[in-house]
Design a protein around this ligand. Sequence first.
Ligand code: NDP
Length: 478
Amino acid sequence: ARATIGLTGLATMGRNLARNIARNGHTIAVHNRTTARTTALLEEYGDEGDFVGCESLEELVAAIERPRAIVVMVKAGEATDAVVDELVPLLDADDIVVDAGNAHFADTLRRQEALAAHGLHFVGMGVSGGEEGALDGPSIMVGGSDHAYERLQPVVESIAALVDGTPCCAHVGPDGAGHFVKMVHNGIEYADMQLIAESYDLLRSVLGLAPAEVADVFEEWNGGDLESFLIEMTADVLRHVDHESGRPFVDVVVDAAEQKGTGRWTVQDALELGVPITGIAEATFARSLSGHTEQREAARAVFATEPVTLDVDRDTFVDQVRAALYASKVVAYAQGFDHIAAGAEAHDWDIDLGEVATIWRGGCIIRAQFLDRIREAYADEPDLTTLLTTAYFADAITDGVDAWREVVATAVRAGVPTPTFSSSLAYFDGLRREHLPAALIQALRDNFGAHTYARVDRDGTFHTRWAEDGRPEEQQDD
Ligand code: NDP
């Protein structure tokens, strides 16, 4: 056995991850169900490092130093179960199976328990950065035992993206913690992209800018607080002209957004935990709405109207949209970090939120300068109640709130849907409001269902005798 690590599943992601590992000086044993992929990797990239090609899982297992570490990078779901089931009887106590695919964290919890019964370690490793990141340095979120992380650390730290000399890789917690954090990362990615899309729509629809002009605006924004991979890419994409038709590329793409499901998982889990991740939820629903083409056609046929032209000053509006985008982004990230904190509590994971912000600064899709601010906020105050109230973000929101309201009001008047801008503003207003109408909801619940309520003037649980004398009576806790 001479390989430091093994990897099975050599499609786009696995092949690039294997090359990244080999390029960083680790001997890697590689395998794929269909051997042609293994052969192709060795032929095309065999000289990039020390690969050991294996035609079977038995060969793969035999090629790796013990305790073995084997990365599984196959299609998420049943394929992962099939490969893990095949591997288990071939392994010895203390060996480590790493699922680097996009698994749901609940599957990772289940697999971890099953492997623990065999004396094996199962690691759920969230990898973000797409095809390019896998090759040049992704952001890596590892969930697993200390034993497993110690074994994997030299390899994963060497292949991760680097920011200020710090690898974008961390042992975020045990078992499902890595895939959980990756799931929320993807949820935040949904919100980030939707916010960008709403900004683009406003600049185009309200100001009448052409895509290339909107690209200029995004390029300028990328020079400031909004600097990020997605903002930069938006400028490139909006400037791109379709080779076939000569039209702006964005105009030849069908306006129905797809999703592979990680946004949906994030929202489902947040509903379970009772965390209001409204930005991520609206972004996920906006994709669903875009895909309901029949309903959209039906609604257009009945409600289509001439676009409303508003008398808006271009420079002022551009700056207002920038402020609204930034404030909404702060809300989306604050909600995402709340979600991770709630998940950590529910599953008894000790997740360091500052560390999560640190490893998202590079390699992943949501990488942004902004994350350094989040890292600093948690460094100053690890038990932060909400990111919104930390000095830097509180200032950004206070400075931008008037513009934010103006943009949402303008969008409403112009009939441009901005679900994520609007819901983020509503979330902010909800949090800072002294009195919420939830009092009325409690009163109604007590009236129709005797659900009881708490009073502002004394402790206890009360129910009003609505049908009798209308007086409150204190309820005794059982
Ligand atoms: P795919 O998800 O397309 O999966 C293809 C690979 O899975 C092939 O190696 C295939 O082998 C193997 N496979 C499928 N079914 C089985 C099975 N029953 N038994 C054994 N092997 C099987 O590959 P990707 O590279 O796109 O993604 C790999 C993983 O990484 C997925 O979980 C994905 O969600 C995740 N991921 C992907 C990202 C991306 O940007 N694409 C980003 C981050 C994570 P064969 O060649 O024999 O068919």
